[in-house]
Design a binder for this molecule. Structure first.
Ligand SMILES: [Zn+2]
Ligand SMILES: [Zn+2]
Length: 282
């Protein structure tokens, strides 16, 4: 489970993802990790954990995350999980505390339920919009929105001293400008993207592609996953859903070698191929 580091425009991602083994994507700039199938020491330093769903390959690192943070006296994490799965996750975490004879943590205030449409605040600069994703277990997608303060266009070109004086007099000299920085979709069928084509407005879009050609697309539908060919069809049918500058594909089945994945991606159509990066070693 060798993690890879991907510098993508404004963000650097660090993570690993293979179906059935582990998936986690750490984004240090957001102090956040999406899914937590495994937890190394760097990831334990991130406070916000956003779980797409509770299949083992997406949550098994959570116990270690809680323990490593407690050991280092870091503030407790904020764990976000689909509302439907929160009680079961709490039961597992409490059972672990009992098995380990660990000091009980205030898990009720650590694990937060997430429903579609909820807005989470990571910081004054970054907020997250949750939406529903289609999978075999209740699943959420997450879009991170960045808010930047920009000088009002009417004031552009004025001397700094003049702007400062106006601000001190109580005049509003800036506008808040928001844009979608990143969308994370965990395990999902392709219809999530058709229902939420706005994900393509994000600078960075993380999607799953568990199955690759020449395997048939039927397996993807049966197990609640996406086949690479379905993304190609979507690119032709609904291009706005895949319009992101950076499209990161992950969660490839363990039956494919890294080189088979790279080979399949090399055959993506023009206009998509050069924007796609796998979460794999180059
Ligand atoms: Zn999975
Ligand atoms: Zn899953």
């Amino acid at each position: 489970m060798q993690p890879v580091t991907l510098p993508l425009g404004p963000l650097t991602l660090h993570g690993f993802s293979r179906s059935g083994l582990a998936t986690y994507v750490a984004v240090p700039a957001l102090d956040a990790c999406f899914d937590l199938g495994h937890c190394d020491q760097d990831v334990a330093g991130l406070r916000n954990v956003l779980l797409s769903h509770v299949h083992h390959d997406h949550v098994l690192g959570l116990v270690r995350h809680l323990r490593l943070r407690a050991l280092s006296s870091a503030p407790p994490p904020r764990v976000y999980v689909p509302a439907e799965s929160r009680d079961d996750l709490l039961a597992v975490l409490r059972a672990h505390e009992r098995m380990e004879h660990a000091d009980p943590q205030d898990l009720d205030s650590i694990v937060h339920p997430v429903s579609p449409g909820d807005v989470l605040h990571l910081s004054s600069r970054y907020s997250v919009r949750a939406f529903d994703a289609t999978h075999r277990a209740p699943s959420r997608g997450y879009t991170v929105t960045e808010t930047r303060r920009k000088l009002k266009p009417a004031l552009a070109g004025l001397p700094t001293e003049t702007i400062r004086t106006r601000a001190q007099r109580g005049e509003t000299v800036t506008d808040d400008v928001t844009f979608d920085l990143l969308t994370y979709v965990g395990d999902s069928t392709v219809d999530t993207l058709e229902r939420h084509p706005e994900v393509g407005r994000s600078e960075v879009l993380l999607l799953e592609a568990t199955y690759l050609p020449p395997d048939p697309t039927s397996a993807a539908a049966r197990y609640g996953h996406t086949h690479l060919d379905e993304l190609v069809e979507l690119h032709h049918r609904c291009p706005q859903a895949l319009a992101s500058r950076h499209v990161v594909l992950k969660h490839f089945s363990l039956k494919y070698s890294d080189s088979q994945v790279h080979e399949a991606l090399a055959h993506l159509p023009d206009g998509l191929r050069d924007r796609v990066t796998p979460l794999l070693a180059p």
